[in-house]
Write a protein that binds this ligand. Structure first.
Ligand code: ADP
Ligand code: MG
Length: 397
C-alpha cells in the first residue's frame, strides 16, 4: 500500500468525479454497482463514465469486484489516498510529496511540501492492515463487518489524532502543529528531531527522564493518558544555546526538548483501564532509561492516584466537544482491540510477530525492549538521514 502519486497529475476532472462517486457509493454498498457510479457521477454520455472507470481501475484507485449478485467496483486504499491528497491540494496544504520517513504498524508517514515550499508531515492512517494479512480470526471478523470498515476506522483514527493534537497543543503540551485533516490523513508540522529510540546518549538522563514523567503527569492532570508513551513516540529536539561565558572554546549548552506524537490510542482518565495504561506509560520510560542510559531513579512513581488527584482541566471533554464524540471513541477502541492494535508498545498475537519482523528491518540495535515497533524505511535511516525535499510535484500547472 505504498503511496504512488504517479497517476495523480493525469486524472481529468471527469476521472475525479467518478472516483468521488465510487467513494460516495461505498457508504452503503460494499461493492458499488456500475449503474450507481454512473448515476452519482452524473456525467453526460455513458461512454465517458466507462473510460473513467477504466482509467481509475488501471491506476488501482478502484478495483473491480465480481459479486454473486452484480458486478461493481470498490474504492482501494490508493483511491482514498488520492481523494485525500486532492483535498489537501485544494486547500493549499500539500503541493508535493517527498520521501516516506516512517512506516508504523498502522500508518505511513511522508514528508510533503506546501506550495510555498514549507516542509510538512503527512500521516496516512491504515488501520487494520497488519491484521488483514496475518490474523486469521481477525480476517474472518473483518469479512463479516459492514462495508469499508477499515476505511471508516482509519478516518476515525485520523480525526482522533488531529483533534487531540489540537487540544494538547493549545494547552501547552509539546506536539507537532496540526495543520489539516482529511479522510484518513493528517498534515502536521515537521519536527526536525530524532525519536528517543535513536539517541544513544544524553548529557543528563535524569533531567530528560524527569521531564518525560512530568509530561505523563501533566497529561493526567488534563484528564488524559497517552497510552503509547514510549521511545518511538517521543521526538527529542536538540537546541544548542551559545556558550554564556566569554571563552569561545567552551562547548555550547545543549538543551533537549521532548515532543510527543502519535495519539490514536489516547484515553481518558475515566476509562476503566486508565490506571493500567498510565502505569504502562510510566514503566516504558523507566525501562528504556535503565536499558539505554543505565539510569534508575531513586523515586518510585509517579502514581495514577496522585496524578489524577489534581485535575486542572478536562481535555478529554474538550476533544469530545470539538468533534471526536464518545461514540466514535468507543467504536475506534473496540475495533483496535479486535484487530489487535495496541500502539507501538505491543500488539497481540500474530500481528505482534509481524511487527517485530518489520521492526528488525530498520532497527539500530537489538534491545529486546518491550516497547518495540517498526520505524523508518530502509537501513535504519530516519528523518534526519534522508534527503528531505519532496521531489514529486503532484499537480503541476
Ligand atoms: P505510528 O502510529 O505508525 O507509530 P507515528 O505518528 O508514531 O506513527 O510516526 C511514526 C514515525 O514517523 C515517528 O517515529 C517519527 O520518526 C516519524 N514522524 C511522525 N510524525 C512526525 C513529525 N511530525 N515530524 C517528524 N517525524 C515524524
Ligand atoms: Mg508511533
Amino acid at each position: 500500500m505504498k503511496l504512488d502519486t504517479k497517476a495523480i497529475r493525469y486524472l481529468t476532472v471527469e476521472d475525479w468525479r467518478v472516483l468521488t462517486a465510487v467513494e460516495m457509493g461505498s457508504r452503503n454498498h460494499e461493492v458499488v454497482p456500475t449503474p450507481l457510479i454512473q448515476q452519482i457521477s452524473n456525467l453526460r454520455g455513458g461512454s465517458g463514465v466507462h473510460k473513467c472507470i477504466s482509467t481509475l481501475a488501471k491506476a488501482n484507485l478502484i478495483a473491480k469486484v465480481k459479486n454473486a449478485k452484480y458486478d461493481g467496483y470498490r474504492l482501494t486504499y490508493g483511491g482514498i489516498d488520492y481523494l485525500a491528497l486532492n483535498a489537501h491540494r485544494k486547500s493549499s496544504t500539500v503541493y508535493s510529496v517527498g520521501n516516506q520517513i516512517g512506516v508504523g504498524k498502522e500508518s505511513d508517514i511522508y514528508v510533503v511540501a506546501s506550495d510555498s515550499g514549507l516542509q510538512r508531515v503527512l500521516k496516512i492512517h491504515r488501520l487494520g492492515r497488519i491484521s488483514f494479512r496475518t490474523v486469521k480470526t481477525n480476517r474472518d471478523y473483518l469479512r463479516n463487518r459492514s462495508s469499508g470498515s477499515w476505511m471508516y476506522m482509519s478516518r476515525l483514527a485520523a480525526l482522533k489524532e488531529f483533534t487531540f493534537m489540537q487540544v494538547l497543543r493549545d494547552n501547552g503540551i509539546p506536539t507537532p502543529e496540526p495543520i489539516a485533516q482529511n479522510r484518513h490523513t493528517i498534515v502536521m508540522s515537521l519536527i526536525d528531531a530524532f525519536p528517543l529510540r535513536q539517541i544513544s546518549s544524553v548529557p543528563d538522563p535524569a533531567s530528560l527522564y524527569a521531564e518525560l514523567l512530568e509530561l505523563i503527569v501533566r497529561l493526567a492532570s488534563f484528564g488524559l493518558i497517552h497510552g503509547d508513551f514510549n521511545e518511538f513516540n517521543i521526538l527529542v529536539k536538540e537546541d544548542a544555546a551559545p556558550s554564556s561565558s566569554l571563552n569561545s572554546d567552551e562547548p555550547p549548552t545543549i538543551t533537549l526538548t521532548p515532543i510527543v506524537i502519535d495519539f490514536p490510542q489516547m484515553i481518558s482518565i475515566s476509562h476503566p483501564d486508565a490506571e493500567y495504561y498510565f502505569d504502562r506509560d510510566v514503566n516504558c520510560i523507566k525501562r528504556f532509561f535503565e536499558r539505554r542510559f543505565h539510569f534508575t531513579s531513586d523515586e518510585s512513581g509517579p502514581f495514577f492516584k496522585d496524578a489524577t488527584s489534581n485535575v486542572t482541566k478536562r481535555l478529554d471533554v474538550e476533544a469530545e466537544a470539538s468533534g471526536f464524540s464518545k461514540k466514535m471513541a468507543r467504536e475506534l477502541e473496540k475495533y483496535m482491540k479486535e484487530v489487535g492494535v495496541d500502539g507501538d508498545g505491543g500488539v497481540s498475537g500474530e500481528g505482534a510477530k509481524q511487527a517485530e519482523d518489520r521492526a528488525s528491518i530498520g532497527a539500530e540495535d537489538d534491545d529486546d525492549d518491550e516497547c518495540d515497533a517498526p520505524q523508518s524505511v530502509g537501513d535504519g535511516k530516519d528523518v534526519a538521514d534522508q534527503p528531505r525535499l519532496p521531489d514529486a510535484t503532484l499537480f503541476p500547472g
